[in-house]
Design a protein around this ligand. Structure first.
Ligand code: P6P
Length: 287
């Protein structure tokens, strides 16, 4: 079994423990901020500790980086060798949804280069969706597979997943007055064509796009030119999945997989979904 297989099976095995730990941490803040300056919940800390302990113990995982940790953690496996990987993880994406009992997720990027790694250096990417059913969607070797996680075991339920040809939904983050004019005009067009699906956790919203076709964006904002989402822990792994499913991604100009990382927690405008809508987005922003 490869190190990538080990990582994916370990994420699947840990996910039930993350889910089981949610009720007891529903309204508890950890009293600290993460490196992005966001309030950290006790559920974030718990998930990060579970994943670090399990993933850091895998032979071949030489680096572990998390949205909740300032720096890359060396797992003690020495210098990267053939087949070794580095793992970048958002342990509990959308943890603010816990108070409102809405969907959350875990996002994982598996790279064969040191972190921060470019999306092109991801050999696999996955997200766990803590919805009515706990599922895991994995991109590797150019295809996407969705698994139901039964007691931590991966049971494939859909192989070669692709975005539907006819887009149906859209979800845009940020506040309308904070959108740059070009994005706001693009959004007005999209709103007249598709149905709104926005739930406040990227994994849940992206899974709607993957299931029904359409577009998800957390765009550049007038108040935050790089948007809100992190390249390393959200943008690049999600782009890997959506592009492997026949969709497209963009920071407004280029694929998110082509964005060169300069720092571990850098933010990036994120647009992912059906190719036609991403192409229209790039055209709208280039005018
Ligand atoms: P807002 C969750 O905090 C997150 O990082 C993503 O999962 C989600 O898409 C976005 O932020 C939600 O942000 O501003 O709508 O709360």
């Amino acid at each position: 079994m490869s190190t990538v297989d080990d990582v994916l099976e370990t994420v699947a095995a840990v996910a039930p423990d993350v889910r089981d730990g949610l009720p007891g941490r529903r309204l508890t803040e950890a009293g600290v901020e993460n490196p992005s300056g966001e309030t950290v919940t006790a559920a974030d800390v718990h998930a990060d500790e579970l994943f670090f302990e399990a993933l850091g113990a895998i032979d071949g995982v030489v680096e572990y980086a998390s949205e909740e940790r300032e720096a890359v953690a060396d797992t003690g496996d020495g210098e990267p060798g053939e087949g070794d990987v580095a793992v970048a993880i958002d342990p509990l994406d959308g943890s603010s949804n816990l108070a409102s009992n809405n969907a959350m997720g875990t996002i994982v990027g598996i790279a064969d280069e040191p972190l921060p790694a470019a999306g092109e250096d991801l050999v696999a990417a996955a997200y766990v969706l803590y919805g009515p059913i706990t599922t895991m969607t994995v991109a590797r070797e150019g295809t996407v597979t969705t698994y139901v996680l039964d007691g931590g075991e991966m049971r494939a339920v859909e192989e070669d997943v692709t975005l539907p040809d006819d887009p149906v939904v859209y979800g845009f983050g940020g506040r309308v007055p904070d959108w740059p004019d070009a994005f706001r005009e693009y959004a007005r067009e999209v709103e007249s064509e598709l149905k709104l699906r926005y739930g406040g956790a990227m994994v849940g919203d992206v899974n709607q796009v993957l299931s029904y076709g359409g577009i998800f964006a957390y765009p550049a904002l007038s108040s935050a030119p790089n948007g809100k989402l992190r390249l390393q822990f959200e943008g690049a792994p999600i782009a890997k999945i959506i592009e492997a499913a026949g969709g497209a991604s963009s920071d407004g100009e280029r694929s998110l997989l082509s964005v060169e990382p300069t720092e571990l927690h850098q933010r990036v405008p994120v647009h992912v979904g059906s190719k036609a809508y991403v192409e229209r987005l790039e055209a709208a922003l280039s005018d």
